[in-house]
Ligand binder design. Sequence first.
Ligand code: TEU
Ligand code: CA
Length: 542
Amino acid sequence: SNNIDWWRGAVIYQVYPRSLNDSNNDGIGDIAGIIEKLDYISSLGVDAIWVSPCFKSPMKDFGYDISDYRSIDPIFGNLADFDRLIEKAHALGIKIMIDQVLSHTSDQHDWFTQSRQDKTNDKADWYVWSDPNPDGTPPNNWQSIFGGPAWQWDSRRCQYYLHNFLASQPDLNFHNPDVQQAVLDNVEFWLKRGVDGLRLDAITFCFHDQALRDNPAKPENERAGRGFSEDNPYAYQYHYFNNERPENLGFIEKIRALLDAYPGTVSLGEISSEDSLATMAEYSKGDDRLHMTYSFELLTDDFSVDYIKNTVLTLENALTDGWPCWAVGNHDVARVVSRWGNNTNNPDFAKMVTAMLGCLRGSLCIYQGEELGLTEANVPYDELQDPYGIEFWPTFKGRDGCRTPMPWDSKEINAGFSQGQPWLPVDPAHLEKSVNVQQAQPDSVLNAYRAFMHWRKAQPALVLGDIEFLDWHSSCLAIKRIDRLSGQTIIAVFNLSSNPVTFVSGLAEDAQQIKLELHNNGEINGQELTIPAFGVFFSTFQ
Ligand code: TEU
Ligand code: CA
């Protein structure tokens, strides 16, 4: 639609370009490959595509290390391909959101090449440089997310530079106003080309504490979470001084001011901090900060009624003006059907999780392959590509298991992804979940996904309504959505357990069951509900 607020309640399909579809058979997905699959993506009923970075990059972090913000990496195509992607997507009514990695660049970026020359050049202060301690050690205890100190020695400048991620991803010094302006100019380059929104990578990391204070240690009982392995020292400290600095807000307001000059464009900030729900609220407060904040909270291993309910309620209570965006999968975490329990090959589970996600208040991101119920691929050590996985193997096996090629056609070589050797292996277990197989299976995860998303679009309570939770059964997440404008109310109940449940619900007598097409629906008898293992129950009343 042309609604300026198109993104509220929107379904955003995340494309990881390397792994979607390879048009020229070099083994790596590309922009022309995305264009070939636009009809498929459109058939899923999505409103927008978030394209993971496709800009010029040495690919040390597979595009999250950008060496030229204004060009497309030749491996993915060129600017003309990108313009064609926007044009064809728009013709199908699909918005295009790009991934902007602003907090750091590649060490191959011209800015860094110049900055590291000496302490006096024009860009000397564009990155975060520091002298060593008298004993030669880094200036403080900050840790890189990808392992080891967040400081890399540079023998030419005889100084350390800061990198919150890989050493080949030096952090820009946002305390320098010229850096902010140069970054904003790069963003505007894409807004002028017609993109509809920005996914702002690691946006809480832009600023650092200029006094370079040590991060405090965490008490033992707080050293878990986020899939960080126990022996990753990152988990052993709070990140108060290298992340989530108050100055970030000022920069976010500048991004918002820029977006406001391009009506209908949207920002989706990736929020990673010690208290990310509170940070989401803070970063989207008022109407001059982020439109939407992307939550990590459902990307964890914890999958229980209480956890999901408490997470959503905590955010609901904290949010004032912002709009949530939920995801259960992305290119950084294990596939949801493998991560959340031993439900690996249960299609009902995959269907139920998507329907549940689609009933949370907010927008939702669906990661490519989630609509097929793909499992985490098993990538052997000698085929690993992710530097994060190589560093922490085998405690943490990295992010390749969710980045393997999309299985399009089980009868074709490499499942139809490429005729060349794919950059990551196609998981043989994915063949039976290929698009061609699932299109032909009437009750497949894919067909259930499509049916649900098309139905959801027409339910104002699910797109824009308020949210409440009903405590009806300990294994069931019961969600009530109310649209104030139309008065529509939907109550959706999800049995998160592998056992069928029967209980007396608090459903009103005039409640009408809605049987979700191709889903494992429960039954109602008076007020008694019976819901099969990983089943759903939907109802509405006027
Ligand atoms: O991730 C930012 C981030 O906070 C990561 O620490 C994330 O929590 C981690 O990868 C989970 O395993 C973004 C991108 O999503 C990621 O792919 C990049 O590697 C990272 O930024 C650096 O640009
Ligand atoms: Ca290719």
